[in-house]
Design a protein around this ligand. Structure first.
Ligand SMILES: *Cc1c(COP(=O)(O)O)cnc(C)c1O
Length: 361
């Protein structure tokens, strides 16, 4: 068997232990005589899977009882619509646009009400997080929206914006479970799981109960996009992405076993340091993000020469370091070093980069 070091931004690397366990249980899940893919979502076996997954997530993040945990489909992108549809009571929302995903969410919200761009870092190709300590928050704003970790550009909010009392909504797709979080600071936290938590097909939304309207304020909101539909049904209004939820549950247990979110954060800081320290001393490679805003999860870098970038990606791939090509909109390279990437993967990548630098100086 051959496994590479996979630096994909998503779908991304999963813990090997989780994959092995899933493989072992594939044909006969705990004596049921079938795989999780083949069982009813109303069965006792699946009920235990989803209940345990929710409880483990609650334990890991310290999610208070007045927050619902929903396992949904449609990806993070579908929540770009669900957020305004459920929350735009006054028809106004403030968006902080720090990258492509925030921009898409902002554009989608414009379909349902007045979405206001109150800050952006687009002037410098989204390479920093703007100062959000005193923004012109609208008096009528139903919420303030951020994308907490910008997967494509490699920036992260190190302090949450001052929302002046307005509910905070955060897309955490690419930093989910990477560090401890104070859930009470948010009204809504959501993320596609395929970056740091599980396979594509599941989006998890953690929503304070008072943010879930009886009836969405946006007229003709589809039943499936009204949060209340799935909140009342325990995410089982219709068939959920059963197998994806099962794998997420295994990842939650793996994180618990590794020591929880504090341990994840320590491991992620140590890993990112190896790469950032190298980028800071290298004469060939350099990071593209303002230092204080650097993400622990996504690390973009360039040589400054497109041909050399391409040569690097090609040689790295041949050496077993795959998916290092930067996003098509920014070029260069990007190493996504999520929870499941072992530190040896980053150390060996840096060793390879050092060698490439010496050969191409
Ligand atoms: C990948 C990503 C998305 C899009 O997720 P889908 O599940 O493909 O819709 C949205 N936001 C962020 C921050 C992402 O990294």
């Amino acid at each position: 068997m051959h496994r590479v070091y996979n630096f994909s931004a998503g779908p991304a690397v999963l813990p090997e232990e989780v994959l092995r366990e899933a493989a072992e249980e594939m044909l006969d899940y705990k004596g049921t005589g079938m795989s999780v893919m083949e069982m009813s979502h109303r069965s006792a076996a699946f009920d235990e899977i989803i209940q345990t997954a929710e409880q483990d997530l609650r334990d890991l993040m310290g999610i208070p009882d007045n927050y619902k945990v929903l396992f949904l489909q449609g990806g993070a992108s579908q929540q770009f619509a669900a957020v305004p549809m459920n929350l735009m009571k006054n028809g106004v929302a403030d968006y902080i646009v720090t990258g492509q995903w925030a921009k898409k969410a902002y554009q989608e919200a414009q379909k349902y009400g007045k979405a206001v761009k109150i800050a952006t870092s687009e002037d410098k190709t989204f390479s920093y997080i703007p100062d959000c300590s005193d923004l012109p928050i609208d008096d009528d704003a139903d919420y303030v929206y951020i994308c907490e970790n910008n997967t494509i550009y490699g920036t992260k909010f190190k302090t949450l914006p001052n929302t002046k009392g307005k509910p905070l909504v955060a897309d955490v797709s690419s930093c989910f479970l990477s560090e401890p979080v104070d859930v009470t600071k948010y009204a809504v936290i959501y993320g596609g799981v395929q970056k740091n938590v599980g396979p594509a097909g599941v989006v998890i939304a953690i929503i304070r109960e008072d943010m879930i309207p009886e009836k969405p304020p946006v007229e003709n909101t589809p039943t499936m996009l009204a949060w209340k539909t799935q909140a009342d049904a325990g995410s089982l209004y219709n068939t959920p992405p059963c197998y994806g939820i099962y794998i997420c549950g295994k990842v939650f247990q793996w994180i618990k076993k590794m020591g929880g979110l504090e341990a994840m954060q320590k491991h992620n800081i140590a890993k990112a340091k190896v790469l950032y320290d190298f980028l800071d001393e290298s004469k060939l490679f350099k990071g593209t993000v303002r230092k204080e805003d650097r993400s622990l999860m996504n690390v973009p870098f360039v040589t400054g020469d497109k041909e050399l970038d391409a040569k690097f990606v090609k040689e790295a791939t041949a050496a077993g370091f795959v998916n290092l090509k930067g996003h098509r909109t920014v070029g260069g390279m990007r190493a996504s070093i999520y929870n499941a990437m072992p530190i040896e993967g980053v150390e060996k990548l840096v060793e390879f980069m050092r060698k490439f630098e010496a050969e191409n100086a």
